[in-house]
Design a protein around this ligand. Structure first.
Ligand code: 13P
Length: 376
C-alpha cells in the first residue's frame, strides 16, 4: 500500500500514475527519488504556463545576436550583449507577465553592472531561468537545403552543470524547411530523434525540456501545406518522445503556428490561422503535455499577439493544454530597435518590452485587441 501511494505524482487538478516501466528508463535513481524528481519536473512545467504568463526567448546565439545588433549599428561585443540582456532582465514589472526566460550560455556566465549573476537576477525578478542547450542547426548530409540540430555529444555533462547553476529548464530547436519535395523523411526523423534524446537527458537531471520543432515560414507554401507538414512533424516528434520514455507531463512543446509561407499569394485571416493551428495540434499533441508555447518565427509583434489571442478566445475552454508564448523577436524587437545601443534609451526600451509582454499576457486570456497598440 505504502509503495503504491508513491507511484503517483500530482498535477494541478489531479493525481497521475507514473507507469513502473518509466522507472526503468533511469535505473540509477531510487524509486522515491525518481518520483520526487518527476513531481518537480511537472511542477516546473506547470509553473511555466501558470497565471496566463509566458516565456521570453532571449537566447540568441552570438552570431544571431550580432547580426541583429549590426542592423542597428550596435557594437557586436560581449559587453554590448551583456548590457542588452541586463536591460531585458531588469525591466520593472516583467515578472508579472513573464514566467520563464530562456538564456544563452554566454549570458548565464555574465552579471549585471552591480555584479549580480544573470541567473540570480532572473530569479530575483520572479522569473524561472532556463537555457538553450543545442549547438545549432547544421547541414544534413545527403540532403541539400535541410538541417539537423547538433549538440547531443557531451550534453549529459553540460545539463548537469546547468542544473547545478540553478537553471530549471532547457530548450532545443530543430528547423524544418518546406520546399519542392521538402521536408524529407530523413530530416524529420533525424530531428525528431535528436529532440527526444535531448528531452530524456534533460528530465534525467530535473530540467524541463522545451521541445522546439520549428517549421519555417519562408516559402510560397499554402496554409494547408504548412498544416500537413506540421502535423507530420509533430506525430514523428511525439512518436520519438514516447520511444525515449520522456514524461509528457514534465515537458513543453514550442512549435510554429500553422501559417501560409511568407511569399504565398494567399495570406489568411487571424481567425483562419488560429483555427488551423489548434485543429492541427488537437490531432498531434498529446493531452498530457501541459503547454504549447509558440515561437514567433518572424511574424510581426502585433500578429503574434493577435493570433495567439484568437486561439485562446476560440479554444481555451476546450483545449487540453495551455496555449502560450515563448517569443523572441515578437517580444524583443521593438525594444531592441528603441535601445539601439544607447544608454539614454534604456527606459523607453524597457517600456516597449513590458508593453509586448502585457499584450501577450492579454492574448493568453483571449483579450488582446489592436486598441492595446494605440500610443498616447
Ligand atoms: P522567435 O520568436 O524570434 O522565432 O524566437 C523564438 C525562439 O526561441 C527561436 O528558437
Amino acid at each position: 500500500m505504502f509503495l503504491i501511494e508513491h507511484w503517483f505524482v500530482s498535477l494541478p487538478h489531479a493525481k497521475v500514475m507514473i507507469e513502473p516501466w518509466r522507472r526503468a528508463v533511469n535505473p540509477r535513481l531510487e524509486m522515491e527519488q525518481y518520483l520526487m524528481s518527476t513531481q518537480a519536473l511537472i511542477n516546473t512545467a506547470n509553473a511555466l504556463v501558470a497565471d496566463d504568463k509566458g516565456l521570453l526567448a532571449m537566447d540568441e546565439s552570438n552570431p544571431t545576436c550580432n547580426k541583429r545588433f549590426a542592423q542597428l549599428g550596435i557594437p557586436q561585443t560581449a559587453d554590448a550583449r551583456r548590457a542588452y540582456r541586463e536591460l531585458i532582465i531588469t525591466t520593472p514589472g516583467l515578472g508579472a507577465c513573464i514566467s520563464g526566460a530562456i538564456l544563452y550560455d554566454e549570458t548565464i556566465r555574465q552579471a549585471t553592472r552591480e555584479e549580480i549573476p544573470f541567473v540570480q537576477a532572473v530569479i530575483d525578478a520572479g522569473i524561472i531561468p532556463g537555457v538553450k542547450v543545442d549547438a545549432g542547426a547544421k547541414e544534413l548530409a545527403g540532403h541539400p537545403g535541410e538541417k539537423v540540430t547538433e549538440g547531443l555529444d557531451g550534453l549529459r555533462g553540460r545539463l548537469k552543470e546547468y542544473a547545478q547553476m540553478g537553471l530549471r529548464f532547457a530548450k532545443w530547436r530543430a528547423v524544418i524547411v518546406i520546399g519542392d519535395g521538402l521536408p524529407s523523411r530523413a530530416c524529420i526523423e533525424a530531428n525528431a530523434h535528436a529532440l527526444a534524446r535531448y528531452a530524456a537527458l534533460c528530465q534525467e537531471v530535473g530540467l524541463v525540456p522545451i521541445v522546439e520543432p520549428e517549421v519555417l515560414m519562408d516559402g510560397e507554401h499554402t496554409l494547408a501545406r504548412c498544416f500537413a507538414v506540421t502535423e507530420q512533424v509533430l506525430h514523428t516528434v511525439f512518436d520519438q518522445i514516447n520511444t525515449q520514455g520522456v514524461i509528457l507531463e514534465g515537458m513543453l512543446l514550442k512549435p510554429n503556428m500553422v501559417l501560409p509561407g511568407l511569399s504565398c499569394s494567399q495570406q489568411e485571416t487571424v481567425e483562419a490561422v488560429a483555427d488551423a493551428t489548434v485543429r492541427c495540434f488537437l490531432r498531434a499533441v498529446p493531452a498530457a503535455v501541459p503547454g504549447v508555447v509558440f515561437l514567433s518565427g518572424g511574424q510581426s509583434a502585433e500578429l503574434a499577439s493577435a493570433r495567439l489571442s484568437a486561439m485562446n478566445a476560440g479554444f481555451k475552454s476546450h483545449g487540453p493544454w495551455a496555449l502560450s508564448f515563448s517569443y523572441g523577436r515578437a517580444l524583443q524587437q521593438p525594444a531592441m530597435d528603441i535601445w539601439s545601443g544607447q544608454a539614454a534609451n534604456v527606459k523607453a526600451a524597457q517600456q516597449a518590452l513590458l508593453h509586448r509582454a502585457q499584450c501577450n499576457r492579454a492574448a493568453r486570456r483571449g483579450e488582446y485587441s489592436a486598441t492595446m497598440e494605440v500610443k498616447d
